[in-house]
Structure formats: structure tokens, C-alpha cells
Write a new protein. Sequence first.
Length: 510
Amino acid sequence: MNGGLLVAGTTSDAGKSVVTAGICRWLVRQGVKVAPFKAQNMSLNSFVTREGAEIGRAQAMQAQACRVEPTAHMNPVLLKPGGERSSQVVLLGRPVGEMSARGYHGGRQERLLGTVLDSLAELRGTYDAVICEGAGSPAEINLRRTDIVNMGIARGAGLPVLVVGDIDRGGVFASFFGTVALLAPEDQALVAGFLVNKFRGDVSLLEPGLEMLHGLTGRRTYGVLPFRHGLGIDEEDGLRVSLRGTVRESVVAPPVGEDVLRIAVCAVPLMSNFTDVDALAAEPGVVVRFVDRPEELADADLVIVPGTRGTVRALEWLRERGLADAIARRVAERRPVLGICGGFQLLGEHIEDEVESRAGHVDGLGLLPVRVRFDREKTLTRPVGEALGEHVEGYEIHHGVAEVAGGDAFISDDKGHSLDGCRVGQTWGTHWHGSLESDGFRRAFLREVAAAAGRRFVPAPDTSFAALREEQLDRLGDLIEHHADTDALWRLIESGVPQGLPFIPPGAPA
């Protein structure tokens, strides 16, 4: 096999990411050497490869589905929103500047087509198959001229296209037909067929509609995937925490101790890498919720201020909402607070920012003896250390450089020298994303929190976050294997789009 496939969708959140991951896991279980690819991703949830490149977390999880290490070629363009109209552009894992949406779509995006095609060619020269994910809908006719992630990449690389539709939303037949009918003839020729996602009920009742859709479009449906709770991988946008959903909506062991532990996560603007709390939510007896009001912190045993793409903006938001005062009262009462990345920075004494917000000198919350200066160079690393007597791993993605002027080190090397972060009493801060995925450290940290909160909570001794992720990816692979026409998918990936597919008028407007 030396093939490829583009998984497109009728809308955003139709299920492209999970279908791509599922196809990848199904293929790798067949002995195929496979890689994921998304030419352009817009997300505040990102990851750092071993080479120090920043890519979307969804592609990192898809790489895990493929059982390969993620690389920058799997997501050559990453857009990290800094507001409603501008984003940081990350090219091949490195930031290259801020750009308005109009400026990006006005010419820069189109010039990147060669770069993304080169990355795709690199992957196709290394792997037996590359499963590509589109973005939004391929029928966004206002953006087609500069498109590099949907039909632009499909046409440039000659990829067959599978269109996924979320039937749980309703209108899936109109969405399938309309998606094809709004494409130019050259693009329509690459759309091989459809995949129905999130179906509830008796499939036999759906089959007459699928036959009529085939008659109307000349394109077959490659599978009907049933609705399953908690099958999302690391989200690109929104506030759904995928693994938390998996744990909450499946059979979960009861708390080991007598109490549960309540964790409140401040839903700051431009929140990034909120997937950090997935590992906490995977623990039996841990309840995680996102909050935006000070009264919601009252019964929390731990408050987390997460990462954010806008540290100064998040600081203003906390003050406007009254959350800053509520957090300060918690600290005075020696009740646990954890700041992660941007959340760590705003817990400090002051911030000097001429890069992200260009606000200059800004007073922080003054809860940790830390001063932060934003550097134009972004820190992108995959560090390893020790904390609370346990091994801990993480990844860093930040412009802020922290100068710690007191307190205790949070994370150290094997000789006891500080590597990152700060702790004063029950107030903690670290730049490391993903540290709570280290099972031993997570359990030790939760024991500290429970003791400080006076809760008779005991972490489960055998929760393996990595194993839970693998189980989730296997469930996605099972979904494809059991509910898609895998023989037809195999032919599509290996041989390309079927010939003679009809044109559906009216096509894209001239």
C-alpha cells in the first residue's frame, strides 16, 4: 500500500478528528505503517514533538493512534488565536508571527500550499498510507481560492475524499448533497463518498435514505458509525474534555477513600491546553468542572488557573469577575491553588509583556514570588524531572520567562536543582503542561491537595492515564472495524477515487 485519504466533514465538529484517528488505529492493527496529517489546524491545544516543534494536540493523538512519534510534518501550519481577528502562525513547528484573518486569507495562506504539499510528500515517502484530516467544511466557497487544508490539498495531492456527517445534529442528507453540489467539477471528482457519524437507533431505517443519496449523487456511503459516549480525542476547540467524558460516561470505579475531591478550573479567555486536567478527571473520585464565577470556588478543594494564549487578558478577566479576589482569599486561607503556564505567570508579582499583549508592565496577582518577562523566542521543550519524590514529564509552550525570587522549587532534577515552577504553602505554579499525566506524580499531588483540604480522599493506586488513552484509541479503531466497510475503505486508500463519479449541479459559483 502507498496511498492516502482526506477525511473532510460537512461542518466543524462533525467527527473528522476521531474518524481519522479511528482509521489510523484500524490500519496500524492490519500491519500498515500509517501517519496522520492536517495541513492547517486552528487550535489553542498544542503539543511539542521530541524535536521541539509545536503542533496541534489532535495530530499528536492521531500519531499515537498510529503508534508513531509525532513530527512537524503532520501539522505544518498551526494557527493559535489571540483574539477574534488575529492568530499566531506556527509554521513547521515554529512561530513566524501574528497575522490578521484578512491578511492570512488575503495571500499568505495560498503561498503556503507548496509547504504543506512538501510535508505531505515527505510523509507519503516514509509511510505506507497517510490519513489526512480537513478543517471545517470543504464547501466554504468564500475561502476556496486560498484553501490549503480541504479540496486544495486533495487536488494538489490527488487524494480521494471521504465526507463525514454528524447525523445526531440532523439534516445529514441535505448536508452531504449540498457539500458535493457546492464544489467545482474538479473537486467533486475527488469526493468518493460519505460516512455517517453518531447514529442512534435501527440502521435499517436509515438505509433507504442512503440508497436515495447514492442515486442522487452517484456516491456510496462507506459506513454508519453508532453514537458512542466519550469517543473524542484531544479537542481542538471548545470546552469538552474528551477523556473526562470517556470516564464520566462509562463504568467507573468508586472512590477509594471516603471523600471525593472537587476541582474547579477557571475558564479564562483564550484558554490553552485545557487537556491538562484530563488526567485529574480520570481518577476515580475526582470531580472536575469549569467555572467563571467566584462563588463556584467556595466548595472546591483545588482551584486550577490553566494555560492561556492571553495572560494579561486572563488576568483582567479574573479581576473583572471577582475571581482574582476569591483566589487571593483561598491562598490566605492556605487552600490549594495550582497555576499552569499562563496561569502560573499571572499568579506572580508582575508581568513585563511587549510580545503577547504589548501591555508593558502589568501587576500580577502577587500570590507567588515570581516575575515574568515575555521573550520573542518561544520556549518549546519536552523536559523531565522530579517532584514530590516522583518522576514527572511534561512539555513547555510559552513566551514568558519566569524569574523565581523565593518559595520552594516545584520541579527539580535528580540532584535537587530547580528546573521549573514555584511553591509557597499550598500555592503551586509550573510552566509544564502534561505533568499530571505522570501517574506517580499525579497521585502524590492529589494526596497533598486532599490533606490540605481536609478530605479523606485516596488516589486509586492503579490508574494509568496512558492505558486509558490506549483504550480510547482502540475503541475508535473498533468503531471503524465493526461499522465501516473496511474492504471498500482499503480500496479507496490504496487505489484512489473511483472513476466516473457524476457531477452534481450547480457546482461552485464562478
